[in-house]
Write a protein that binds this ligand. Structure first.
Ligand code: DSN
Length: 446
């Protein structure tokens, strides 16, 4: 499969080989990651990477784009059907430029926008202070309540007071269903554009395992590599409601992507999106989406039955958010690194009312899209939940410390002590055994 890299570049091929082994023999539980099909991998590795094609199908600045036009149109038609929308742009390089283009199409610099606060589970590009979206627009964040659910009362009050141009719904670490209808009521009352960023749940939406935003919002953005199980990429969609609010909205979005913030589209990635969307149109994808949610509920139950607290006490979707504050603040880093040693990949994450900081947060975010792609079901989730709980209990006494020096020495000591921890080694072996029963990329060897 990588025979040419092997011949030409041993250094690079060795690294690729080790990453393939890591993926094959570990449990990938970062909820925004997944395993693409061999067909999607082929499209990504295709000759379409050689082409320049600034512009849009049938309106390009360069010659030789007949087949590029066809593949882009195929992706667009499939996306329209799957998401029930009027217009689709499949060129965003990923989620951040897709979202930035929405700002450019709907707001002027300095105008007011609203998104869910980052430490409450919101996306960086929904107005967080260090993101370009927080620097160039006036961001008024809304929050979750102490129970972890979105505070719609606060959102309504802020929206009517500040009259934002744009309101975002959607999140990166929110374990519950996004209540599009409540957002729509508030955005309509405030006269704002409503954009839903469904990057995390796009696969669930097309599978019917999460409600669709298409009749509630004006614009939908998504990445294509999370639950949708495609290449790293992005899409922007305009709904019927969006075109009714502004008949020029689709043109504005297209212009914002090119020439606004991007140059030539990545055509190999467009081809891979077309293949991904073809897979998502198949009946098996509905089963896949439903199983992601069943698995996540089983994982949540197993964690809670083993003494682990979850934000909102459960999940409606593909992810759970572990609240480690019963053991102290800022403990996410210890748990993430201990899980890593046991070959369970997750990410430390902030939780609502985070008492620590985004880099040293008090939660762990984990999910089931990638494990479900391997064919795992509820029985395996129960087991994995038990292992994770055991690991948390094993490292829960480690303290971070308040200042930089104490943190460094505490982390150094922790890393030294856990690298040969017998429980972590034992679970790592069990993880390997489980992975062997659910092979990944069978027959693919680097
Ligand atoms: N960084 C992506 C995630 O992991 O969810 C998008 O926020």
């Amino acid at each position: 499969m990588i025979e040419f890299i092997k011949q030409e570049d041993k250094q690079a091929s060795d690294i690729l080989k080790r990453e393939l082994q890591r993926q094959k023999y570990g449990l990938e539980m970062i909820p925004s990651e997944n395993f693409v099909s061999r067909a999607v991998l082929e499209a990504l590795g295709s000759v379409l990477t050689n082409k320049y094609s600034e512009g849009y199908p049938r309106k390009r600045y360069y010659g030789g784009n007949d087949f590029i036009d066809e593949i882009e149109e195929l992706a667009i038609e499939r996306a329209k059907k799957l998401f029930n929308v009027e217009h689709v742009n499949v060129q965003p390089y990923s989620g951040s430029p897709a979202n930035f283009a929405v700002y450019m199409a709907t707001c002027k610099p300095g105008e007011v926008i609203m998104g869910l606060n980052l430490t409450d589970g919101g996306h960086l590009t929904h107005g967080w202070k260090v993101s370009a979206t927080g620097l160039f627009f006036k961001s008024i964040p809304y929050h979750t309540k102490s129970d972890g659910y979105v505070d719609f009362e606060e959102l309504r009050k802020l929206a009517l007071e500040h009259k934002p141009k744009l309101i975002w719904c959607g999140a990166t670490a929110y374990p519950r269903e996004i209540e599009f209808e409540k957002y729509a009521e508030i955005a309509d009352e405030a006269g704002a554009y409503l954009a839903s960023d469904i990057a995390h749940i796009a696969g669930l939406v097309v599978a019917g395992a999460h409600k669709s935003p298409s009749s509630y919002v004006h614009i939908i953005t998504t990445t294509t590599h999370k639950t949708l199980r495609g290449p790293r990429g992005g899409m922007i969609m305009v709904t019927k409601k969006g075109l009714e609010k502004d008949p020029e909205l689709a043109n504005k979005i297209d212009k914002a992507i090119f020439p606004g913030i991007q140059g030539g589209p990545h055509d190999h990635k467009t081809a891979a999106i077309a293949v991904t969307l073809g897979e998502a149109l198949k009946p098996e994808f509905k089963e896949y989406g439903a199983q992601i949610v069943k698995n996540c509920k089983a994982l949540a139950a197993s964690l809670m039955n083993n003494g682990i607290k979850l934000v909102t006490n459960g999940t409606d979707n593909h992810l759970c958010l572990i609240d480690l504050t019963p053991f102290g603040k800022g403990k996410g880093i210890f748990v993430q690194e201990a899980l890593d040693i046991a070959a369970i990949t997750t990410n430390k994450n902030t939780i609502p009312a985070e008492p620590s900081s985004p880099y040293y947060p008090s939660g762990i975010r984990l999910g089931t899209p990638a494990l479900t792609s391997r064919g795992m079901k509820e029985e395996q989730m129960k087991l994995i939940g038990e292992w994770i709980a055991q690991i948390i209990h094993e490292v829960k006494e480690y303290e971070l410390g308040e200042d930089k020096e104490t943190r460094k020495s505490n982390l150094d000591r922790f890393r030294e002590e856990i690298k040969d921890n017998p429980l972590l080694k034992e679970i790592r072996e069990k993880v390997k055994g489980l992975c062997e029963k659910f092979p990944l990329y069978k027959g693919l060897e680097y």
